[in-house]
Design a protein around this ligand. Sequence first.
Ligand code: NAG
Ligand code: NAG
Length: 349
Amino acid sequence: MSTLIAIREGSLNGNGGDCSPAKLKASNRGRLAVLHRRLLLLVGGAMFNLMLLFFILGSLYTLSSRISPLMGWHPDYPSFVVSGNRSGYTVLINTWKRYSLLKQSVAHYSSCRGVDAVHVVWSETHPPSHQLRECLANVVRQNSRADEKPHLRFNLNQEDNLNNRFKPIVDLRTDAIFSVDDDVIVPCDTLDFAFAVWKTAPSTMVGFVPRMHWLDNKKDGEVHYSYGGWWSVWWTGTYSMVLSKAAFFHNKYLEMYTNQTPSSVHHYVTRERNCEDIAMSFVVANATGAPPVWVKGKIYEIGSSGISSLSEHDYKRNKCLNDFASLFGTMPLISSNAKAVNAMAEWLW
Ligand SMILES: *[C@@H]1O[C@H](CO)[C@@H](O)[C@H](O)[C@H]1NC(C)=O
Ligand SMILES: *[C@@H]1O[C@H](CO)[C@@H](O)[C@H](O)[C@H]1NC(C)=O
């Protein structure tokens, strides 16, 4: 399995490689198609009735959007990016030596309406090649649907360090940052909805990947926390973090993370090569005294890794939670059961 993946990655990975946006799009679509086929196989015919129900609800929904204008209900949507007036958001992509994934995600995010700029956090000894820069600039030009194309910027770092992804950005034009991994694709309408949620609470982290810190008293009455992954959040509907692999936050937190957080936390992240996302959740929670907001929405992971050595991963995440709690001198995370959903897509009141 892993060799197969490695080979595919390798053949895609050339710095510069094939840069045609059509191909990039096609390969995205190809993956979705495969996923879809697998899903159908899995689900089989048993779900047919349910599908039919969804289809009917979907049709009703489509119909409703036709009917509302007849009733005289015209929403007044503000435009996202009025030229010269920056009210959109900046997409901050963290990447490391995965150029084909980077191209795909730059292509995708530059096609979203609300995007003012795409910043790539670069953490390699050598700066991006001229070829790659040209390629990504083309990708932005060809995919953007806005009159004014999003800015494309590289935030250059020579050292491979996870703290890089939260370094303050000099030529930033928006308050809102959408922080994302290079292999995570959030559909544009989902992203726009999450941005709308963020605007109602701009000091809060708003994201798609909720996690929980569970209180665990078993160690001789001493407080101990364990990291709750997807499964426990799904089961309990309780979370206290949203991971920065797909989350909005205010740009002031870049400054706060980098310049106002104890350097012991940065050293920890550097040494362990992990948990910068948990650290950011601590920073925001400590500053706001409030929980983050989980937004309902499907996101797609186009990379191939992430499944390996799950138990090792859990062990590290548990350790990060407890070590950060002692470095901060407190546990700032606050849990929540709220989930933001798009009311236009919900039928039950
Ligand atoms: C848009 O620009 C106007 C005038 O320059 C300013 O008053 C207003 O606050 C801006 N709106 C936003 C959302 O930035
Ligand atoms: C947490 O917040 C308090 C008050 O806002 C601040 O004084 C303190 O330095 C913060 N702690 C950390 C570890 O950033």
